[in-house]
Ligand binder design. Structure first.
Ligand code: HEC
Length: 104
């Protein structure tokens, strides 16, 4: 591959990254969670943290919130985009992960 082809391949790779595909690009629970944790990673956020904490939250609540974001019955541009490509399986796995985190 010549240098130009390599460069355009790299550029295309970067440009094609967008949050809608986050769960696809970061296939697998661990990697999806790595994406989510940029915003939801704090176990004990301060009271005015902009992102709701997910650690130790109710499993059923987390699952339904994610399904609602995916299906756009709960509207938030950011979360609609991020949850848009999650499968039922992803949702169960991710919800179970956060519900199982200890808040201490
Ligand atoms: C760029 C920051 C950001 C990322 C990344 C992000 N979220 Fe969110 N998330 C938010 C914001 C902001 C809200 C509050 C939206 C609202 O008011 O409905 C939210 C809300 C939520 C809620 C509802 C919480 C509640 O108290 O009702 C869940 C569940 C959730 N996110 C899960 C996830 C999962 C799972 C991922 C990874 C696939 C993720 N988020 C990635 C910013 C983010």
């Amino acid at each position: 591959m010549n240098r130009l082809a390599l460069l355009s391949a790299l550029t295309l790779g970067l440009l094609s990254f967008n949050p809608v595909n986050a769960a696809v690009i970061y296939a697998g629970k661990e990697k999806a969670i790595a994406v989510c944790s940029h915003c939801h990673g704090m176990i004990k956020p301060s009271a005015d943290a902009p992102f709701p904490s997910l650690a130790g939250r109710d499993l059923t609540y987390l699952k339904s919130a994610l399904a609602q974001y995916r299906d756009k019955t709960r509207k938030n541009d950011l979360m609609n985009a991020l949850a848009g490509s999650l499968t039922d399986n992803d949702i169960s796995n991710i919800a179970a992960y956060y519900a199982g985190l200890k808040i201490k």
